[in-house]
Design a protein around this ligand. Structure first.
Ligand SMILES: C[S@@+](CC[C@H](N)C(=O)[O-])C[C@H]1O[C@@H](n2cnc3c(N)ncnc32)[C@H](O)[C@@H]1O
Length: 198
């Protein structure tokens, strides 16, 4: 187990669960939650982003494909006193919220390109493994995002320079979604933070 701090808030990260990193903190710094809004965090990991959203007054659905992540997130939510504001659901992408629309959908997706045959596929590896082009998860996410946003809903997600930024821009434009984008340079990649407007 490890401990991660964000603005002096402490989060426990169990073995087998993604440890919050630059991508997580880029999202955390830009959450901009409005009280009472309905938030979905896909792939919550240790729950840091879902917990910040709940602390800001949102009602949150937090999902993951990794059961260990959901248990870790729930334990952190108990510690932070917001477990009653977060609904934890196991499942792939939007499957746990079939038929539901949210005001804000947050996602820090797996985006590391991994050659076929090299993927390990353990629950922890699924936090970063994203197929040969790094788009195995972000593409279905982008294709379904607007179906799960309320009329004025927004999507907030990160994308790496390792997984074809131009494809994301193309898909968003094809879908007629307006967006803003900010960037953050890291030693071996660049991160892009997207806020998408329906
Ligand atoms: C990069 S980690 C981000 C974790 C956490 N949100 C954060 O920012 O620290 C990606 C998370 O998404 C989960 N995940 C991967 N594929 C998923 C999918 N298809 N549906 C839902 N969650 C998924 C992983 O298990 C992992 O917890």
């Amino acid at each position: 187990m490890s401990i991660v701090y964000y603005h002096r808030k402490q989060f426990l990260v169990d073995r087998g669960v993604y440890e919050p990193a630059e991508d997580t903190f880029l999202l955390a710094d830009n959450l901009n939650i409005h009280p009472h809004e309905q938030v979905l965090e896909l792939g919550t990991g240790c729950g840091l982003l879902a917990i910040l959203a709940a602390e800001a007054g949102a009602r949150v659905v937090a999902t993951d494909v990794n059961q260990a992540a959901l248990e870790c997130a729930r334990a952190n939510a108990v510690t932070h006193g917001v477990v009653n504001r977060i609904d934890f659901r196991l499942g792939d992408l939007f499957e746990p919220v079939a038929g539901e629309r949210l005001d804000l959908v947050i996602f820090n997706p797996p985006y590391l390109p991994v050659c076929p045959g090299e993927a390990l596929g353990t629950p922890l590896d699924k936090a970063w493994e994203a197929g040969a082009d790094g788009r195995a998860v972000i593409d279905p996410f982008l294709n379904n995002l607007s179906n799960h946003l309320t009329k004025a809903g927004q999507g907030l997600f990160v994308q790496s320079s390792l997984s074809d930024l131009s494809k994301t821009l193309k898909v968003l434009r094809e879908k007629g979604l307006r967006f803003s984008m900010t960037r953050k340079k890291l030693p071996f990649e660049e991160l892009f933070l997207f806020r998408v407007f329906k």
